[in-house]
Design a binder for this molecule. Structure first.
Ligand code: B12
Ligand code: SF4
Length: 474
């Protein structure tokens, strides 16, 4: 048996921060490590990112035999600090990087950041296998889904994705490895809701090909059966007392029959729970009548990712959303009394001011309660990055991971001038919220369902969105 410390290296600087969700990936890995007989701890740096004192104590007192770090692009700066601390305190403990960023950048993880191993893609089965091999002195360089330094170069073995059978037979996430009360005070992914809540993922992979997306879970959609999802929700509801859930699948509604079975199962077998879908439902694959079933299953809020109202850009970004259907479904969801947020993106390569304005107009005219407008970021490894290469060079842009967040317009890769791009973002929220129909609807909703409007969310909207905090960096 080994002692394994799993680290989530993110920062949290108060209520105005973006969401802090429970690290469900690490809870899944914790479960398979536990099943393999290891003792595991999860440390979420959101709790002590300023001086990492809790992490430092854990490293010194608990002395793990292995360390795993889960990383997305914005977290990489903090990883440097964490790696220094680990190497100072436990210089010989093998450190494995996993998650979207290392999966897309295995070379850099090892060369620049000093990881001993990288696990590419899903880690539930690979990480225990890697630890087993190290503990037994077996070769590690050919384990599928890993990268490591071998014979003077970095050897990268293809990511290893779980089959649907494997997904269905995974143990439930090791919920007990986190103190969920701590997440009661952090902003959540969903745009509404009460705490404490639990994050749930019911499928992996997404078959769509949006050019700005990091498809770390692969292109093959794999789903947990409706029975398995319902069993997990029952366990969380009746054994652990959770009543509120954020379902973070990339495309929960890809399989309509399964979606229907899960929602009716919740309605008939579990009842009395609240659901949020903050990571977007594919709106043109829903039917207006589905809204009622979502509502009956306890759905409080949903996100619809529309991105752009331009059919030309829909094709270019390979989202290919049927906008008429999307409008129909969003309207039905609002009419079913579900709190609806829309995601929009403006500033794609070749996008004109007129096209971006049309997207703002589309959002403002919709029945959505809320909207977020984002500027696309050409993250390494995406098709968008390849497409923007020339513009990035020409404009001498370098992507600072710290500038990649929801609230800044860090780069301009569009056909708009910087001034046009900034002004379109500055005006988008005013145009959206100063629509008299929306104001009246939101006021009525506020009186009827005040629980949807957290004071922090309203303050956040004003500080970050209505009063824009935008910059173009070159
Ligand atoms: C929840 C979520 C968030 C949350 C929480 C983010 C956080 N800091 O933890 C919020 C809403 C805040 C968020 C924000 C952003 N996000 Co986000 N988000 C997600 C989402 C929807 C789910 C993540 C998740 O829990 N997945 C489920 C679990 C099971 O998967 P997992 O965590 O990846 O873990 C598995 C593997 O990666 C691997 N693994 C992971 N860690 C480790 C560690 C070890 C040691 C091992 C062995 C294996 C391993 O094994 C796990 C089990 O299979 C993903 C999309 C997705 N489908 O994953 C995007 C995603 C992670 N987000 C992404 C991005 C770009 C962002 C933003 C930068 C967007 C923006 N422009 O603002 C911001 C950053 C904000 C910030 N300040 O950090 C990208 C990351 C790309 C990259 N290269 O890093 C993703 C992949 C979306 C995408 N498809 O492009 N996000
Ligand atoms: S639908 Fe979402 S997860 Fe799928 S490719 Fe597009 S952005 Fe990525």
């Amino acid at each position: 048996m080994s002692k394994i410390l799993l680290i989530k290296p993110r920062f949290f600087d108060g209520f105005f921060h973006t969401a802090i969700t429970q690290p469900i990936g690490l809870m899944y890995i914790g479960a398979t490590l536990k099943k393999a007989g290891h003792e595991t701890k999860i440390h979420d740096c959101a709790l002590d990112y300023k001086d990492l004192h809790i992490l430092q104590r854990t490293l010194m007192d608990w002395k793990p035999d292995f360390i795993g770090i889960s990383i997305i692009v914005t977290e990489i700066e903090l990883v440097k600090k964490i790696m220094k601390m680990i190497r100072d305190i436990l210089p010989h403990v093998p450190v494995t990087f996993g998650g979207p960023w290392p999966s897309a950048n295995p070379d850099e993880s090892i060369k620049t950041f000093g990881a001993d191993f990288v696990v590419l893609g899903e880690g539930e089965l690979v990480f225990p296998q890697l630890i087993d091999a190290i503990n037994n002195g077996l070769p590690t360089e050919s384990i599928p889904g890993t990268a490591s330094f071998f014979n003077g170069h970095i050897k990268i073995n293809e990511g290893r994705y779980l089959t649907e059978d494997e997904l269905n037979t995974l143990p439930f996430p090791a919920w007990e490895l986190l103190d969920h009360n701590l997440y009661a005070n952090t902003p959540s992914f969903a745009c509404a809701g009460n705490r404490p809540h639990m994050t749930v993922i019911t499928s992996r992979g997404c078959p769509f090909k949006c050019i700005y997306c990091h498809q770390t879970m692969g292109k093959v959609f794999r789903k947990k059966s409706s029975q398995s999802v319902l069993a997990e929700l029952e366990e969380l509801r009746f054994r652990h007392g959770f009543k509120e859930f954020e379902i973070i699948d990339d495309c929960f509604n890809l399989d309509r029959q399964r979606m229907h079975d899960i929602l009716t199962g919740i309605r008939d077998r579990i009842g009395d729970i609240k659901l949020h879908f903050p990571n977007a439902l594919r709106s043109d694959m829903l039917k207006p009548e589905d809204a009622v079933l979502f509502k009956q299953a306890g759905t409080v809020s949903v996100v619809f990712a529309i991105e752009t109202s331009s059919p030309r850009l829909q094709r270019m970004i390979k989202k290919n959303l049927n906008l008429d259907k999307a409008v129909e479904v969003m309207t039905a969801a609002v009419n079913a009394d579900i709190y609806c947020l829309g995601y929009f993106m403006m500033g794609f390569p070749t996008e004109s001011y007129e096209e971006a304005s049309a997207t703002v107009k589309f959002a403002a005219r919709s029945k959505l309660h809320r909207a977020f407008f984002f500027n696309p970021t050409p993250l390494a490894g995406t098709q968008l990055a390849a497409m923007s290469e020339d513009i990035l060079k020409e404009r001498n842009y370098t992507l600072d991971p710290r500038s990649v967040n929801y609230f800044t317009t860090a780069l301009n890769i569009s056909a708009m001038t910087d001034h046009e791009l900034q002004s379109i973002f500055r005006n988008a929220y005013w145009r959206f919220y100063l629509n008299p129909n929306r104001i009246i609807r939101l006021l009525k909703l506020f009186i009827r369902r005040p629980e949807l409007f957290s004071i922090f969310r309203i303050l956040k909207l004003f500080t970050f969105k209505i009063i824009p905090r935008r910059r173009i960096t070159a």
